[in-house]
Design a protein around this ligand. Structure first.
Ligand code: ADP
Ligand code: GLC
Length: 478
């Protein structure tokens, strides 16, 4: 099958969260199955790669703009899959990936340039797979500007929603600016009446199929409580809306070969995990008995992640129970300040590091005894799956992909600690229960660890579901 895959993040080139991980691993696993996959993303300033010119000059009109771009490529590391970068310095050669005042133009250009490049390369996609709001216009472009081109006559589009909380909302004046005036009648009419245009509603209206990253989140987003205003629209498309759980990249996240770790371990031999813990505690300069439990948290520090609950619960728990906490995360100031203050108040127990640090993230997954992920909502979540694989039972709120991947520990069965109600009592209960079970001794703790480590979480167990969906949309291929 020919697959065009477009994403605003593809790790290691560009990553702010899980989208970057999935934007690399999902297409790579399709490529490894023999499909011809072409991945597109913008050439941000932060991209580090040895690039080869593919299309030195591409010019196209977009509303009042004449866009001049070029396409360069680099193979995905540890894979031969080609990744194509859209080079347009006036739009992408800046600090950061999102939150610029002209984001509508930056990402409209990404959508168009990917299709223009397919045209120039004579690449005829069976499937155009797009991800989240930044690529939400592409399904509409296939129905309008590119509809007459025989190259795209059979192309079917798939939109994967990784997070409904981000919708790509712009004032309606962006419509002509993005060259969408001729397609006005096909945009979401209520949005226009409210003086706005949204990339995500456009994608939801026009994609041939919509997926989201866990079965539970697929159900949740069709409800008023979790639909972020789009539950009604999503219900109208429920026949083509599917929940497919993400996988983890087992080349990147495998405790027996992880290149970031000082020691390795496996489900058969956990001894290296204890050595990772000691190394991590030394690096963090945290004191206390080796057996004292160490809880980890690696996260974007934003509202979605339930940090408010941590603020309400952790100081009291740290005073009451002997455990240590290591936090790695970037984000909103009120949360970063909270963790900085917490580390000051409990210097022997708490360590906080801000910034983005891939190696430290792996050390925390490997060296901790428990992983904390009390998200308010979580479309899938990768960190809890990494922690399961690394023998670090997660403490999670029962929502979205967390509900689909973590089972409550109960008399020898289960993989972690799950609280139903997103409130202080819920989180307090789950943390205390986890600490109690930890205190009951190694034997049953290792059963809990191994239950999680044995779970089939890799992409190779998931990718078939995407292939099956593609085949349903394009019968007779692949
Ligand atoms: P989300 O995509 O909502 O942020 P996920 O759990 O799906 O949540 O994915 C988060 C990814 O980002 C993981 O790979 C995690 O290790 C990584 N990550 C988040 N914050 C940091 C950080 N400060 N340093 C390194 N990696 C981080
Ligand atoms: C989003 C979600 C997260 C998911 C990731 C990858 O960032 O917040 O739950 O795991 O995308 O799909």
């Amino acid at each position: 099958m020919n697959v065009l895959f477009v994403s605003s993040e593809v790790a290691p080139f560009a990553k702010t969260g899980g989208l970057g991980d999935v934007g690399a691993a999902l297409p790579r696993h399709l490529h490894e199955r023999g499909h011809d996959v072409r991945v597109f993303l913008p050439l941000y300033r932060s991209v580090q790669a040895e690039l080869t010119a593919v299309l030195p000059e591409m010019t196209f009109a977009m509303g009042p703009h004449t866009v001049r771009a070029s396409i360069l490529s680099a193979p995905l590391p540890r894979s031969g899959m080609p990744v194509y970068f859209v080079r347009c310095p006036s739009l992408y050669d800046r600090r950061g990936i999102y939150d610029a005042p002209d984001d509508h133009l930056r990402f409209a250009v990404l959508n168009r340039a990917a299709l223009e490049a397919c045209r120039a390369l004579r690449f005829s996609p069976d499937i155009a797979h797009v991800n989240d709001w930044p690529t939400g216009l592409l399904p509409l472009l296939l129905r309008t500007s590119f509809a007459q081109d025989p190259l795209f006559a059979k192309t079917r589009s798939v939109l994967t929603i990784h997070n409904l909380g981000h919708q790509g909302t712009f004032p309606a004046s962006a419509v002509p600016d993005m060259g969408l005036e001729p397609a006005r009648a096909l945009l979401h009419q209520d949005d226009l009446r409210q003086g706005r245009v949204r990339f995500l509603t456009t994608g939801i209206l026009h994609a041939n199929a919509i997926t989201t990253v866990s079965p539970t989140y697929a159900r949740e987003i069709q409800t008023f409580e979790r639909g972020v205003g789009l539950d009604g629209l999503l219900r109208t498309r429920r026949d083509v809306l599917f929940g497919i759980l993400n996988g983890i990249d087992e080349d990147e996240w495998n405790p027996s070969s992880d290149r970031h770790l000082p020691h390795h371990f496996s489900v058969e031999d956990l001894s290296g995990k204890a050595r990772c813990k000691t190394a991590l505690l030394d690096a963090l300069r945290l004191r206390g008995q080796a057996e004292m439990p160490l809880v980890g948290l690696v996260s974007r520090l934003v509202w979605q992640k339930g940090i408010d609950l941590c603020m309400a619960v952790l100081p009291r728990l740290l005073r009451k129970r002997p455990f240590r906490l290591v936090v790695l995360g970037n984000g909103e100031q009120r949360y970063t300040q909270f963790f900085a203050r917490l580390a000051d108040a409990f210097p022997a127990q708490v360590s906080y590091q801000s910034g983005f640090d891939e190696t430290r993230a792996h050390w925390i997954e490997a060296g901790c005894d428990l992983f904390l992920m009390p998200s308010r909502y979580e479309p899938c979540g990768l960190n809890q799956m990494y922690s399961l694989r690394y023998g670090t039972p997660p403490i999670v709120h029962k929502t979205g992909g967390l509900a689909d991947t973590v089972q409550q520990w109960d008399r020898g069965r289960g993989t972690g600690f799950v609280f139903d109600h997103f409130d202080e009592a819920g989180l307090t209960w789950a943390v205390e229960r986890a600490l109690d079970v930890y205190a009951q001794g190694r034997a049953q703790w290792e059963v809990l660890q191994r239950n999680g480590m044995r779970m089939p979480l890799g992409w190779r167990h998931r990718i078939g579901e995407y292939v099956e969906l593609y085949r349903k949309l394009r019968p007779g291929i692949g």
